[in-house]
Design a protein around this ligand. Structure first.
Ligand SMILES: *Cc1c(COP(=O)(O)O)cnc(C)c1O
Length: 450
């Protein structure tokens, strides 16, 4: 007996939600969701919400997707989970082989974890341990970019740089080397993304030159710093970084957790710079938004440095109880299957064009400093002063006003501070994109009053 579901109109008092000041919900109650279908979420009062942010960037092909549902039902009757040390299973095997087949060249080994932050921890530990196995024990540091985000467990938080998440916990975090980033929002008037990005790379080059001997890896979000307000830069940065990492004997970790699986217009963002990182972290869209799973893809060179007789103690030590969960692997296989059977990337190109058209008019809005886009991510920078780009003070919480207004109109937007963004599932229609933009327009007008 699971209780009468129609009674669940309110959230439970025992629940503590992520990334939330629970007191806020005295005024705006949390919304229990009864069901999802395609781009729509429906609550217990019959209200529908268009999921314009893919439920925190994970959902690629809609809620209750029939293909993924069928795969999961089938998997459920075969194997739900098995210890992944000493054992393996078909979904885990197939997924690993498919991932290395579709990933940038040279990434030939696949290590599973169960969420994005854990994948980042794995990549950091693997990089450090690789150098240690080679006798380079002085390599203990990581280089990260200003405004980057890599998750919120302590290691992942340490290599991130968004103050909101990091500041409070700073005393608990390892030291990292932080380099000013290529965020093109700050380019000069008339300067191209490419010129600005290239110019900013000089700071990374200097840092590598100075610290390479003590550095294991540079970790980076390719093309879009998503949690850092959807800030974007040109692929040239990745190209230059790949060359510099090779030159200075430092690993390159590409955190494609948010941008992987078609978000930026290519299957993986690294493709736009035609580079292969030493580690690629995947999660979020990996299972189509169904189940927690992550993978770290790496090279044979890395793998071989761990491969030795047991007594030499070179083996990689990292494990999660749910490593390689069979249901999650199967959801991921079904998701990759959709990419292979349908022309998703080409179709996204059209959707991205429609999204650009739908958001065109925001350029002229008196409180919008920039509309920027990379593939299926479009961001609108809401500011107090359009000319000086002076932001609204964060205490005014204008983005929250956008959130509440849009929700009241049946669209789920969840601005990052004052940045409103569209990051919809790939099954969205052109008409729905225009609808989202209409509601966002109204919501911004509402939020900038007085
Ligand atoms: C979301 C995210 C993570 C963390 O993933 P979780 O599954 O939320 O732990 C790491 N890196 C990037 C770039 C992300 O967007």
């Amino acid at each position: 007996m699971t209780g009468n579901q129609t009674l669940i109109k309110r959230d439970s008092k025992v629940l503590w939600h992520p990334c939330t000041q629970m007191k806020d919900h005295e005024t705006f109650p949390i919304i229990p969701i009864k069901q999802g279908q395609g781009v729509w979420l429906e609550d217990f009062d019959g209200n529908r919400y268009l999921d314009a942010i893919s439920s925190w960037w994970v959902n690629l092909f809609g809620h209750a997707n029939p293909i993924i549902n069928a795969a999961l039902k089938d998997q459920l009757d075969k194997l739900e989970h098995v210890i992944f040390a000493g054992f393996s299973h078909q979904a885990g095997i197939e997924l690993a082989e498919q991932l290395v087949a579709i990933a940038p060249e040279g990434l030939t080994r696949c290590f599973y974890a169960d969420n994005g932050s854990a994948a980042v921890e794995v990549a950091l530990k693997m990089s450090f341990h690789y150098w240690r196995n080679l006798g380079q024990t002085q390599k203990t540091k990581f280089i990260t970019l200003e405004n980057s985000y890599h998750g919120e467990t302590l290691g992942a938080l340490a290599v991130g740089n968004v103050a909101l998440y990091k500041e409070t916990y700073a005393p608990l975090l390892m030291d990292v080397i932080t380099v000013p980033g290529p965020d093109c929002y700050f380019r000069e008037e008339g300067e191209t993304w490419r010129d600005y990005t290239e110019r900013r790379f000089a700071l990374m080059e200097q840092t590598l030159q100075q610290y390479a001997d003590s550095v294991c890896a540079v970790i980076i979000e390719p093309l879009v710093q998503c949690a850092g307000n959807m800030r974007m830069y040109d692929p040239i940065y990745l190209k230059l970084l790949r060359a510099a990492c090779d030159k200075y004997n430092v690993h390159l970790i590409a955190d494609e957790i948010a941008v992987g699986f078609g978000r930026t217009g290519t299957l993986f963002a690294c493709e736009q710079a035609a580079i292969s990182p030493d580690f690629m972290c995947l999660s979020k869209g990996l299972t189509g938004g169904y189940l927690p799973l992550s993978a770290v893809l790496t090279t044979d060179t890395i793998y071989q440095a761990f491969y030795d007789d047991y007594h030499k103690l070179t083996a990689f030590l990292h494990s999660h109880s749910y490593t390689g969960n069979a249901l999650a692997c199967r959801a991921a296989l079904a998701t990759i299957g959709i990419f292979q059977q349908q022309a998703i990337i080409a179709n996204n190109q059209q959707l991205a064009n429609s999204m650009a058209q739908a958001a065109q008019r925001f350029n002229d809005h008196p409180h919008v400093a920039e509309v920027r886009q990379t593939g299926m991510i479009l961001a609108i920078e809401m500011v107090k002063n359009k000319l000086s780009k002076e932001p609204y003070p964060w205490q005014e919480r204008r983005g929250v006003k956008v959130y509440h207004y849009a929700l009241s109109q049946g669209v789920l937007l969840r601005p990052l501070g004052n940045v409103i963004y569209f990051m919809p599932p790939y099954i969205i229609t052109e008409a729905q994109l225009f609808h989202i933009a209409d509601i966002a327009w109204q919501a911004i007008n509402f939020a900038v009053q007085d």
